[in-house]
Ligand binder design. Structure first.
Ligand code: PMP
Length: 369
């Protein structure tokens, strides 16, 4: 049995020889590799989740609200309150993590015979989910400083005429935000070429110095903003992502969503978390300050750092990033090697975790000089 491997099975051709997404889940004292929020949920929220889930448990013999109306209403209120842009129930859709939101978007607007483009390095799951949905993937360019090369991006869009365009802002793994003018120019280019859907992945927007691009949704039915509760809400384990778009987009993704995809337990937990938005956004402020401290200290130590609007920082440059990654790990701190030559990424942790990280990279610098 054990000598049968994936490639011995009749798997789809495009999956042959590929590896699944996966950051190492190592048991080390300081884990700063997956852009999680380091703060556990506050105890009153844990209590409220228990209460809400207990209520939901009484009805688990029934399927959950298929349209997640209460949850989508509260998510719309959150978006309106934090962006000043009016978002309603009809504009919002939710799924199990923004990965599932992206999958549903690609099932709806991509698929066999269609293509999607992203400007890389960026969130690698965009390309992987494209592959999983049979959508052709086009790797668009970036400048050496990881900003989007607008002219080259416009050219790539005009040439390939993709059906879906991904813009991640703030970008993962580099941390920099994309200026609204650039996003608008990409939207215009995508409309002129096809027209196609433009997905703005705002997974980290709450950590940004700038504002959400939600107001751009006005009058642009082919634009989608995708969000998650995994980062700012400190609820990566909950698996709740959502999108805001024209109501027609929300109607369209329902053509591909599995019925009852969001469990009653998930809906209850997310609703409880949304009742504690104020406290959770307080942690975001602390993390932003810690992120800024990481940037300052890394620069003071002599590292190059990409300007960050996220809860992580990309730093370098290393002759051999993987060896540097291992040396930092040997000091008990797990950061991320995304395979970008010369660079590593660190997520902002608690002040103590960040101190441990900074000690490790200072020691590494000494060793190298
Ligand atoms: N988008 C970006 C840019 C991300 O970095 C991540 C998570 N690392 C996601 C989406 C997916 O997040 P989730 O599925 O947890 O909502």
């Amino acid at each position: 049995m054990s000598d049968v491997r994936i490639d011995d099975l009749p798997v789809r051709d495009e999956l042959r020889g590929k590896s699944p997404y996966g950051a190492p889940q190592l048991d080390v004292p300081v884990r700063l590799n997956t852009n999680e929020n380091p703060y556990p949920l506050p105890e009153p929220l844990v209590e409220r989740i228990a209460e809400r889930v207990r209520e939901a448990a009484r009805n688990l013999n029934r399927y959950p609200d298929r349209d997640a109306v209460e949850l989508r209403t509260k998510l719309a209120e959150y978006l309106t309150d934090t962006s000043g842009h009016e978002v309603g129930l009809a504009n919002v859709w939710a799924a199990n993590g923004s990965n599932e939101v992206i999958q549903q978007l690609l099932q709806t607007f991509g698929g066999p015979g269609r293509t999607a483009i992203g400007f890389e390095p960026s969130y690698s799951m965009h390309g992987l989910i494209a592959r999983g949905t049979g959508t052709g993937w086009i790797s668009g360019p970036r400048n050496d400083d990881f900003t989007i090369d607008l002219a080259a991006a416009q050219k790539a869009i005009a040439e390939h005429r993709p059906d879906v365009v991904f813009v991640t802002t703030p970008n993962n793994p580099t941390g920099n935000a994309v200026p609204p003018e650039t996003v608008l120019a990409l939207y215009e280019a995508a409309q002129a070429a096809k027209p196609s859907m433009v997905v703005i992945d705002e997974a980290y927007i709450e950590f940004s110095h700038g504002d959400s691009l939600l107001p751009l949704l006005d009058g642009r039915p082919n634009l989608v903003v995708s969000r998650t509760m995994s980062k700012a809400f400190g609820a990566a384990g909950l698996r709740l992502g959502y999108l805001a778009a024209h109501p027609a987009v929300v109607d369209a993704v329902q053509l591909v969503r599995l019925p009852y995809h969001l469990s009653a337990v998930t809906q209850a937990t997310a609703l409880a978390a949304l009742e504690h938005t104020g406290t959770l956004l307080g942690y975001v402020e602390q993390l932003k300050a810690e992120r800024d401290r990481l940037v300052t200290e890394l620069r003071a130590t002599g590292y190059e750092v990409v300007e960050s609007d996220a809860n992580f920082v990309q730093f370098g440059r290393f002759e051999d990033a993987h060896t540097a990654w291992q040396k930092i790990l040997d000091r008990g701190v797990l950061v991320r090697d995304n395979g970008i030559p010369g660079w590593l990424r660190v997520s902002a942790g608690t002040p103590e975790e960040n101190d441990a990280f900074l000690d490790a990279v200072r020691a590494l610098k000494k060793e190298q000089s």
